[in-house]
Write a protein that binds this ligand. Structure first.
Ligand code: C2O
Ligand code: CU
Length: 485
């Protein structure tokens, strides 16, 4: 049972937000987290990443080999794991099929130098078929991150060009297990062994084109064995192009310890809206030997079980569930008093869907003739020109390096938008609709007509993408960038 004596009095919890109830050890919401760890001596981690078509029979494909595009020959998804202070050094090679399928890697959530950010045209040339590109940087934060293509993203991400990036060094207590669960749907025709459309006119103009096959770590029937009755860490990553999930744990106590990689004072999980690109780190008290708990998505009816968590082996200590906090993030604290205020409004565009066709061949032809201007979505009334990154508009805003900003993020539509900033992490302050704990996030979910206030120090110079992470929204206008100079 949760140690109720540790709950804060008077904190509300709403179904669509989070229970904001602190645990013991003097770590109630608002109290300081332990100091960050000192970076390691700095080894170099060199994962081998080659983007290529690798027909793969993931367990969820029911025996069919699907024409997946992946970053590595090994197990899917690939995992790059380093310690704080280590350098990640990657020579990305593009071996994708076709003459024109260029690619890149965006290291989502990592506050890295701008030229390592992986956005084609804006910060690097796209990596053409047969070409290579070297990424080399030292991630400044511990936590759970991921990486993905930033080119033709609906299709490339939809086919599997994604990987996990973990930076160790945040734990203050040993966990009995540390498991990563990458969640995504596949738009798939299992009978024919082919993918369905990753993007459609109807989907792009609404909530997106959903896949029809849910998966966790590439399986529909995921079982994770955990040491029994012990505190285990779960790192959840929503790598889906489109789907917002409402994450909950059934039949086990669970606490949130980090959001988008960055520590929060632990609070009991009731449920959490995990939007595309969002990450959520949990500590759960695993079931008794032979017992089963479930990781579920409650946003759908009936509730979908994403993974079974099975207790195995001799029971752990049996102490009351009272998880320790992770080490604090290393993100500069914005000065709210002196901060400059800016408003960004996310809205539907004119919807000049000329022409309306879901036929992929027709779309491609029209696209290459530059006739298709599917601009369904805008930021501050402006849409990104075209469906790719090749034409660079002026920045949405120029921010002064080192200055604090408070941004009002306003959803002026009836559709959810997870809004992502590159190269920085927002401190999420408040919402006009939900009771959310103060936390850091690089991807902030805006519910229909919700307004969320965030603050940050613009301390990373360069041109940083600022876009919706429902990829079809991103690719039909809801994309821009801010320049920090
Ligand atoms: Cu994870 Cu610009 O995106
Ligand atoms: Cu959106």
């Amino acid at each position: 049972m949760l140690t109720r004596r540790h709950f804060l009095a008077g904190t509300a919890c709403l179904a669509s937000g989070a229970a904001v109830a602190g645990f013991g050890r003097g770590t109630a919401m608002g109290s300081p987290l332990p100091a960050p760890a000192d970076p390691s001596a700095g080894s170099v981690v060199r994962p081998d990443l080659t983007a290529a078509e690798r027909p793969t029979a993931l367990p969820c494909f029911a025996g069919h080999r699907m024409p997946m595009w992946t970053f590595s020959d090994g197990a899917w998804p690939p995992v790059a794991r380093l310690s704080l202070g280590d350098r990640l050094d990657v020579l990305l090679e593009n071996s994708l099929p076709g003459e024109t399928e260029h690619t890149s890697i965006h290291w989502h959530g990592i506050r890295l130098p701008n030229d390592q950010d992986g956005v084609p045209y804006l910060v690097q040339p796209p990596v053409e078929p047969g070409q290579r590109f070297r990424y080399s940087f030292v991630p400044p934060d511990t936590g759970t991150f991921f990486f993905h293509t930033h080119c033709n993203t609906a299709e490339q991400l939809g086919r599997g060009l994604v990987g996990v990036l973990i930076v160790d060094g945040d734990t203050t207590e040993p966990y009995a297990a540390d498991e990563t669960v990458l969640l995504c749907d596949w738009p798939i025709d299992l009978d024919n062994g082919t993918f369905r459309s990753f993007s459609t006119t109807r989907g792009a103009s609404k909530a997106g084109t959903y896949g029809n096959l849910r998966s966790a770590n590439g399986s529909t029937d995921t079982e994770i064995r955990l040491p029994a009755s012990a505190d285990c860490r779960l790192r959840l990553i929503n790598s889906d192009r489109t789907r917002v999930m409402e994450i909950a744990i059934e039949d086990a106590d669970a606490a949130v310890i980090a959001i988008d990689g960055i520590a929060v004072p632990p609070f009991a999980l009731t449920s959490w809206l995990l939007a595309p690109a969002g990450r959520l780190d949990l500590v759960i008290r695993s079931p008794r030997e032979g017992g089963v708990a479930r990781l579920v998505d409650r946003r759908v009816d009936p509730v979908v079980a994403l993974a079974r968590l099975v207790g195995a082996g001799p029971a752990g200590s049996g102490e009351a569930f009272d998880p320790r906090p992770l080490r604090a993030g290393r993100i500069a604290e914005p000065d709210l008093a002196s901060a400059e205020r800016l408003t960004f409004s996310f809205a539907a565009g004119k919807g000049t869907a000329l022409p309306v066709t879901d036929d992929p061949v027709e779309r491609m032809l029209l696209g290459s003739l530059c006739l298709s201007t599917d601009a369904f979505w805008t930021i501050n009334g402006v849409e990104w020109p075209g469906r790719d990154h090749a034409v660079i508009p002026p920045p949405l805003a120029v921010l002064r390096q080192g200055r604090s900003y408070v941004l009002t993020l306003e959803n002026a539509s009836q559709i959810m938008h997870p809004i992502h900033i590159h190269g920085h992490s927002f401190k999420v302050l408040s919402s006009n609709k939900r009771d959310i704990p103060v936390h850091h996030a690089d991807t902030v979910l805006l519910m229909p007509e919700e307004t969320v206030e965030v603050a940050f120090v613009a301390d990373n110079p360069g041109k940083w993408m600022f876009h919706c992470h429902v990829i079809e929204h991103q690719e039909t206008g809801m994309m821009g960038y801010v320049e920090v100079a």
